[in-house]
Design a protein around this ligand. Structure first.
Ligand code: SF4
Length: 431
């Protein structure tokens, strides 16, 4: 059977889609990028916020309208966990609906397609053959009042470390150069089986197990849960990048209390562990503006927090009410115009800080992981390839432009000779 799979939502959903693909390919089913060639159309949905729900339903409707009568339509993922009835009402002809993590059920529904020949297994959660996600756990035990994820995914459950190491070794054998560790809360790793500082222990093991993977990157740490030991391990192990993504959501303590998030003191404690252990640490974070009741003073506290902490990368979201969460019922919802204005003010400050962080590395020598398939010619006539330094995570941060012709997947040493707000301009050493 041939399937067409489309994925909405976050990196963690991308990992889930890769697991669906792995199950289907193990059953000898073939992927196609053309919906009209598929026997089964699968939509892996996102239900995180209302906009994401609407987008998922639009995609399902589009595929339903395009398909012919022999093609089946499956809907899977987060949205089906929280709004199965809504999906059924919007698109009554959907053939099958599966919850999140029902990878093997989806494959089972295709029936057996056994044959005696081997199809090479694709890398699961592989980003263009260079980087791959490794999902440490799923679910979340935190009480954030704006978030529906714990309702959708349930309690946090860690994947056994030997399975993760086996997956990492598989990626290493496939030539992957960067492992990006994801979870709803990566710093909770091991808590469900009463392991203290489980992430630090796992990072140490992982680093030793896959020395041939030069970059291991940590995403989605929780404020207050980055321990001094974790920061020390990150500094000591040669292939753990000095990069942490730690979503903070706000800088005002009264806002953080309403969000049921850790205080700014907890955030600062984690930041100081990271910066004290690694003087070249890069911190990425995200903030929500326009959460219910956000006053001008609270918003100013956020700006002040950002100015003080000088995060190298900042992502900003305008608050969007998610039905089923406590925050959706709160009084004083902020109007959209004000949210947009606050978004722009944070982005302006974030851009200023990002530019100054990039300028601070001008003159330094960096390793660049090349992502381009082939070079392109710049307006000045030079051949240029695109990659990233450890400072930039795939898909969310900036890029490094390097003069010359280099193979995709190679690590190139280069001097930083120019900085843009989000990107670096580099010249390879010895060219
Ligand atoms: S930690 Fe993240 S996933 Fe968990 S409830 Fe909070 S925002 Fe949601």
């Amino acid at each position: 059977m041939k399937y067409f799979l489309t994925t909405l939502g976050c990196a963690k959903n991308t990992v889930d889609s890769m697991k669906i693909e792995q199950s289907l390919r193990s059953g000898r089913h073939l992927a196609t990028h053309a919906p009209d060639e598929a026997d089964v159309l699968i939509v892996n949905t996102c239900g995180f916020i209302d906009d994401a729900k609407d987008e998922s339903i639009e995609v399902i409707k589009d595929l339903d309208n395009q398909r012919n009568e022999d093609q089946a339509l499956y809907v899977v993922g987060c949205l089906t966990e929280i709004a199965e009835e809504q999906v059924k009402q919007a698109v009554p002809n959907v053939d099958q609906i599966f919850g999140a993590e029902a990878w093997s059920d989806i494959a089972a529904s295709f029936g057996s397609n056994a044959s005696n020949y081997d199809i090479p297994q694709p890398s699961i959660s592989n980003l263009g053959g260079i980087s791959a996600y490794l999902k440490l756990s799923d679910g979340c035990d935190r009480p954030c009042t704006f978030c529906i994820i714990p309702t959708i995914k349930g309690k946090m459950h860690s994947t056994a470390d030997d399975l993760l190491i086996a997956e990492a070794k598989f990626h290493a054998a496939m030539g992957i150069k960067e492992l990006v560790l994801v979870a709803q809360d990566s710093t909770a790793y091991g808590e469900d089986i009463s392991v203290r500082d489980g992430l630090a222990q796992f990072l140490e093991k992982l680093s030793i197990a896959v020395p041939e993977i030069p970059w291991i990157r940590l995403m989605y740490a929780y404020p207050g849960r980055v321990t001094s030991n974790l920061a020390r391990v990150m500094n000591d192990m040669p292939n753990i990048l000095h990069y942490v993504d730690m979503p903070l959501q706000h800088g005002s303590d009264s806002m953080l209390r309403r969000m049921k998030r850790p205080s700014s003191r907890k955030a600062r404690e984690s930041i100081s562990y990271i910066r004290n252990a690694m003087n070249d640490a890069v911190i990425r974070t995200t903030f929500i503006v326009g959460f219910p009741g956000e006053t001008e003073q609270e918003f100013d506290e956020l700006l002040q927090f950002i100015r003080t902490e000088q995060f190298e990368h900042i992502g900003v979201f305008t608050y969007s009410a998610q039905s089923g969460t406590p925050a959706a019922l709160m009084q004083d919802q902020v109007d959209d115009e004000l949210k947009t204005e606050r978004y722009a003010r944070v982005m302006e400050l974030a851009q200023e800080i990002s530019l100054s962080a990039n300028q601070s590395v001008i003159g330094e020598t960096v390793d660049i992981l090349i992502e381009s398939e082939e070079p392109t010619r710049s307006s000045g006539g030079d051949l240029v390839v695109v990659g990233r330094t450890y400072r930039d995570a795939p898909e969310v941060d900036g890029l490094a432009f390097v003069k010359g012709e280099f193979q995709k997947g190679s690590l190139v040493k280069a001097n930083v000779d120019g900085a843009l707000p989000y990107d670096l301009l580099c010249t390879p050493i010895d060219s």
